[in-house]
Design a protein around this ligand. Sequence first.
Ligand SMILES: [Zn+2]
Ligand SMILES: [Zn+2]
Length: 348
Amino acid sequence: MKAAVLETYNNFVWKDVPSPVVTKGEVLVRIKFASICGTDMHIFPGDFHPRTSIPFIPGHEMGGVVESVGEGVTGFEQGDKVAIDPIIWCNDCPACKRKHYPACTSLKLLGVDMDGGFAEKISVPPHMLFKTAPHLLDEHVALVEIYGIGFHANNRAKTKEGDTIAIWGGGRVGQVILQAARTKTKGTIFLVDPLENRLEIASKYNDNVVIINPKKENPVDAIKAHTNGQGVDIAFEAVGHAEDIEGVYTPIRSAIQSLRGGGKVCVLGLSDEPAPIVFKELIWKEAQIITSRVSDGEFTEVINYLNAGVLKPDALISKVMPGSQIQKAFELVQKEKEKYLKVLLDFS
Ligand SMILES: [Zn+2]
Ligand SMILES: [Zn+2]
């Protein structure tokens, strides 16, 4: 089979590799589409070394069709359309023993810690596979994983009907938090991002969204003005590396300031830099800080909403390219990171 092998950092080679053979207890999946993730953009130049060791095949957001089923596997048959959950819990650490899987101390991912899905085929155990309706577009199946992150964040924050929400960051993660929140509440959702293309996508594809460009208006003032001075029930921080904007506090501090009394802030933005917060601003509201990492079995919830046509996966897709052009795709995203949400690779 053909696969995109990261032979040296910054250099993919589209080449023949031995095809996986289906073994006892595994399912062989023919990959249709895989999606490039922010993590992949860090793996590409070697930021994840030595966690990643080259040569290897990245790719952890992918979907496909079952090609063959190994001995002893039930519940799957040839032709089933499936999304692949790339997460491998250790099942042995204190977090796993408490069933708090995203906190697993030795969490591993297909396409990060071992070969993944930027290839024509992959063989995985059936518990990593989630069937979708046959009518779902193959492109959309590849987005189940990223949607899982948005649903998990909302489940962590316990978003419920009537809640008003503010989201800092309108990139891939911010957009899936937004769409997942929309399935749980009809309340107003504020999206804060300095990039107009992201704000436009958010309001074009989702109802009752108020977009805020922090370069044009102070987001906390704008949110207070829209909520009778109250603030929102839940604020999500999905920025990570924040751009310095004059007169505007960091996203995490602004998110806290945008809360109503008793509100919750849920943090997803990954950064190695300290992000100062003023605890008084939390304590006076008895507000809670929650964090959210990866997903935890939300694939079924995501697929139900995708099958029903509730989610808007086209909002996330910026470009589709053949798998053989993976090097070009990565260079494009590297050069103009802000232009793209999801770039999909076609391996079919
Ligand atoms: Zn990812
Ligand atoms: Zn564990």
